[in-house]
Structures are given as structure tokens and as C-alpha cells.
Design a protein. Structure first.
Lengths: 108, 124
């Protein structure tokens, strides 16, 4: 089974900072990677699909990059509303999805 | 607009079963798969399994295979997840989530819409 590993587990940054979260796959998944945002007490929300495509309605300060086994989610200018936990998800095969363990973003 | 509305919170004793529902609206139910994802308190997201709303085909995560059954009722556009032989570590929020349209997302698809979650507490 392909494992997904995110780093860091937690990060603390100030409003306006550039924030980067990394997700690594144990085997190549091409570009079949999504990023989700989960605010406290809420369901996850799709932000990025196919590694770098922005889901409709998602602010342009969010961007994704990478392919193969290494991927990044970048928030170009952190906003107070971005307080959340972010998850990567691989979906490179039919009917099987796997999440990373999550990265909690805190505002300093 | 697409909506997935789940049933309410449940409290169960160890060894019991629970059945959570997920009623879909705003789209053609049979055209999309439904996934179930759970989240234990303070923990990450765990994919549990997938069901095709078209033909009822399923694929379950190995960890819970044998204890879980996913079904759909196309007449009411509702998906169900039943988990048996409950243990304390099954205490979690359970989410249903729609597999996105492959025409939009490519050969494979992430989850584009989610239910609000159902808290299942297992306690003696």
C-alpha cells in the first residue's frame, strides 16, 4: 500500500507569511494528489486537485505543486481564516483513497 | 446545489452495531460513488470505503473489512454505512463524501462534496 507522509505536523506562522506544507508518497502517484482544508468542527473542503489545479471558489493564495512522490501546498500570504488542518490525499487508483496524517496551521 | 445530509449522533455500547445514513440531493445520485471517511477525536482522516451508487459495487479498507457494510437506496438517494462489533476505538465522526466527476477531475477523482458528519460514541 502507498503511504502518504506530511510535514510538518504543526506549524505556527504570522499573518502575511508564506507557508509551505509537504506531502510525500511512498511510491509514485503521478499527479493524482489532492489537498483539503478542515476547519475546527467542520467537514474537509477540497482546495487543490491533480496536484496543482485550484478547485473552483478557492482563493488564489493557495497553490499546489509537485509530481511523482513529492508535493507541496503553499499559502502565499497567510490569513486569519486559514487557521485549519490541511490534509493531502492520493487517488491514483480506482476505489482506493489514502490521506496524509494532516498538518495543523496555527496563527502566531 | 449538491448536499449530503447525514443522520444524527449515536451512542452505542461495545459489541453493538450502528447504521449511519447520508441523503444526497442536487445531483443525479446514481452517477457518483459515495465514500465514507472517519475521524477519531483529535486524529486525522481515515478512508473507510467506497460504494458505487450505480450498481452497489463496494471496496472497503482492509482495516475494517468484515465489520462494515455500505449500501445505497436509489429510490431515496441515500447511502448507508453499517459498522458492527463496535469497539471504543470506533468512536469517531463519520463523514460521507461524494467521489467527484471523472470528466472534471480526470481518470480518477477526489472528494468534491462532504456531509456534515455524524458523531458515533462507543461507550459502556
Amino acid at each position: 500500500d502507498i503511504q502518504m507522509t506530511q510535514s510538518p505536523s504543526t506549524l505556527s506562522a504570522s499573518v502575511g507569511d508564506r507557508v509551505t506544507i509537504t506531502c510525500r508518497a511512498s511510491q509514485s502517484i503521478s499527479s493524482w494528489l489532492a489537498w483539503y482544508q478542515q476547519k475546527p468542527g467542520k467537514a474537509p473542503k477540497l482546495l487543490i486537485y491533480k496536484a496543482s489545479s485550484l478547485e473552483s471558489g478557492v482563493p488564489s493564495r493557495f497553490s499546489g505543486s509537485g509530481s511523482g512522490t513529492e508535493f507541496t501546498l503553499t499559502i502565499s500570504s497567510l490569513q486569519p481564516d486559514d487557521l485549519a488542518t490541511y490534509y493531502c490525499q492520493k487517488y491514483n487508483s480506482y476505489f482506493i483513497w489514502t490521506f496524509g496524517q494532516g498538518t495543523k496551521v496555527e496563527i502566531k | 446545489q449538491v448536499q449530503l445530509v447525514q443522520s444524527g449522533a449515536e451512542v452505542k455500547k461495545p459489541g453493538a452495531s450502528v447504521k449511519v445514513s447520508c441523503k444526497a440531493s442536487g445531483y443525479t445520485f446514481m452517477n457518483y460513488g459515495i465514500n465514507w471517511v472517519r475521524q477519531a477525536p483529535g486524529q486525522g482522516l481515515e478512508w473507510m470505503g467506497w460504494i458505487s451508487a450505480y450498481n452497489g459495487k463496494t471496496n472497503y479498507a482492509q482495516k475494517i473489512q468484515g465489520r462494515v457494510t455500505m449500501t445505497t437506496d436509489t429510490s431515496t438517494s441515500t447511502a448507508y454505512m453499517e459498522l458492527r462489533s463496535l469497539r471504543s476505538d470506533d468512536t469517531a465522526v463519520y463523514y460521507c463524501a461524494r467521489e467527484g466527476p471523472r470528466g472534471r477531475y480526470g481518470d480518477y477523482a477526489p472528494f468534491d462534496f462532504w456531509g456534515q458528519g455524524t458523531l458515533v460514541t462507543v461507550s459502556s
